[in-house]
Design a protein around this ligand. Structure first.
Ligand code: 5GP
Length: 188
């Protein structure tokens, strides 16, 4: 693997990382690519297989683990999530900037495996209150799902200390600019 760069973005659920990643890919679609993960969780309304995630059942996911098809995988909020290894290899060889939306543990794992080609960025909410409001406004998760997401926050904040950069997401455009600057600094 050479040339390319893995930009791993993590944040507590509702932190806005999906929008941030989408905006970055839109700004430079020639060079940037989004790594679509596999998951065993069910699609939320509006989510599409092969665009948001590859939605798999437990058995298919386990088979992929056994066949060594994941660069990393984690169990998050009771479901499995994993990053496809072979597409990452191809993109790195092509010199792409690959954006990954991973939980904090997966992010640090990738940084461990591919140290010289990875930059980890943690997107922190301006406050816990803002985050709770965003999660509730999203209306995509049940109260139980929201609780599960909130329970993880202390662990996520702790692990964020190990990231290369932490950006407080006060303003979407500013955050996107900051991420782009970090990418530029790592390419040149
Ligand atoms: P959601 O179910 O809200 O889409 O995602 C739940 C969490 O799983 C988020 O923190 C997201 O970043 C993380 N996630 C998504 N794909 C992957 C993956 O391939 N690997 C890991 N480790 N986490 C992932």
């Amino acid at each position: 693997m050479n040339n390319g760069l893995l930009v791993v973005i993590s944040s507590p659920s509702g932190g806005g990382k999906t929008t941030i990643i989408r905006k970055i890919v839109e700004r430079d679609p020639q060079r940037c690519v989004y790594s679509i993960s596999a998951t065993t969780r069910a699609p939320r309304s509006g989510e599409q297989n092969g665009k948001d995630y590859y939605f798999l059942d437990d058995e298919a996911f386990q088979a992929k683990i056994e066949q060594g098809e994941f660069l990393e995988w984690e169990r998050v909020h009771g479901y499995y999530y994993g990053t496809d290894l072979s597409s990452i290899q191809v993109w790195l060889q092509q010199g792409k900037v690959v954006l990954l939306d991973l939980d904090v543990k997966g992010a640090l794992q990738v940084a461990n495996i591919l140290k010289d080609q990875t930059v980890t960025i943690f997107i922190a909410p301006p406050s816990l209150d803002t985050l709770i409001k965003r999660l509730k406004n999203r209306k995509t998760d049940s109260n139980e799902e929201i609780e599960k997401r909130l329970e993880r926050i202390p662990m996520e904040m702790e692990k964020s200390k190990k990231f290369d950069a932490v950006i407080v997401n006060e303003n979407l455009d500013k955050t996107v600019d900051q991420v782009l600057k970090i990418i530029e600094n790592h390419i040149h």
